[in-house]
Design a protein around this ligand. Structure first.
Ligand code: ADE
Ligand code: ZN
Length: 325
């Protein structure tokens, strides 16, 4: 049987983790004090009382304002470091962290402050035996022009970024809106992935654009792909990684897309388990594995396959992968 100890001890890679989504109430209050930011919340209960969400838009409405406490390089370092110590405790050996520069530059924080703080934490994580890399995301509800400028900034620090992602509000913001920026990122040697959140208005069309036109290497969430057998076949053939996040899903879909994950495993699609925004969705990565295993009675072999998929669809070198697999 699959126990919490088993899911915790299993060596794993985390591929869908928003570093801003690891901001725990404790750290939020500490940073608010340190930076003299009035957030109108004094206790952990006050912070948790704001955690009311039932869909992507209502989640984002809580998520972005919370970031106001992040001001200095040290703040970004502390945010990433706190997560990385938890990753180590969850036996995460490799992690690719998403960060949203525009969520910070748009409120006057310089790009370098964000990147330098996060990057230093990924370097120091080597002492924790965690191999950590950064994925720079564009906010899809911002303009193409804003993404273009953000890419231009990011490419100045290309060696500190492993790839490009796309997140935030998907409604009427298809992947193709950023086709040019993704093409430029690939030309610069970066990997690419995009969110295709669950149960969106145009889920299948967005997945189709991402796979057939933009040729992304992974889909973040993406489990609605099961509605289109041709796309499932394509994802299996191309070894596309699908980064599912059960506890995050459980806020918007009662069955946390568990049946879809199992169907994808059976179809030979490289689906993996991840935590998305663990400070907001009640659990880190091992909790996500355990919640899914528990609810869907997964075998140890199935859980091991999910962890194996996480390494296989990660962006570490082929040589490094052999160390884990
Ligand atoms: N930003 C943080 N988490 C996200 C998610 N699950 N989907 C879209 N944007 C996000
Ligand atoms: Zn996400």
């Amino acid at each position: 049987v699959v126990t919490p100890e088993f899911t915790r001890g299993l060596p794993k890679a985390e591929l869908h983790l928003h570093v801003e989504g690891t901001l725990e109430p404790e750290l939020k209050l500490k940073l608010a004090k340190r930076n003299h930011v009035d957030i109108g919340q004094a206790t952990i209960e006050d912070v948790q009382k704001t955690y009311n969400y039932h869909d992507l838009a209502s989640f984002l409405a809580v998520y972005y304002p919370a970031m106001n406490v992040l001001q200095t390089e040290e703040d970004f370092y502390d945010l990433a470091w706190d997560y990385l110590t938890k990753a180590a405790a969850n036996n995460v050996r490799h992690v690719e962290l998403f960060f949203d520069p525009q969520a910070h530059t748009s409120r006057g924080i310089p790009f370098e402050v964000v990147l330098n703080g996060l990057y230093q934490a990924t370097i120091d994580a080597r002492a924790l035996n965690v191999d950590a890399h950064l994925i720079m995301c564009f906010l899809r509800d911002f303009s193409k022009e804003s993404a273009r400028k953000t890419l231009q900034e990011g490419l100045k620090y290309k060696d500190k970024i492993i790839g490009i992602g796309l997140d935030s509000d998907e409604h009427n913001n298809p992947p193709l809106k950023f086709a040019r920026q993704f093409e430029d990122a690939v030309a610069a040697g970066l990997h690419i992935t995009t969110h295709c959140d669950i149960d969106q208005k145009d889920s299948i069309e967005h997945i189709r654009q991402a796979l057939e036109i933009m040729e992304v290497e992974r889909l973040d969430h993406g489990t609605n792909i099961v509605e289109d057998p041709d796309l499932v076949e394509l994802a299996a053939k191309r070894q596309i990684g699908l980064t599912s996040c059960p506890l995050s899903n459980s806020f918007v879909s009662p069955e946390m897309k568990g049946k879809e994950v199992i169907d994808l495993l059976n179809a030979g699609v490289k689906v993996s388990i991840n935590s998305d925004d663990p400070a907001y969705f009640k659990g880190y990565i091992s909790d996500n594995y355990y919640a899914l295993a528990q609810k869907f009675d997964l075998s140890q072999d199935q859980v091991v396959q999910l962890a194996k998929n996480s390494f296989e669809t990660s962006w570490i070198s082929q040589r490094q992968k052999q160390l884990y697999l």
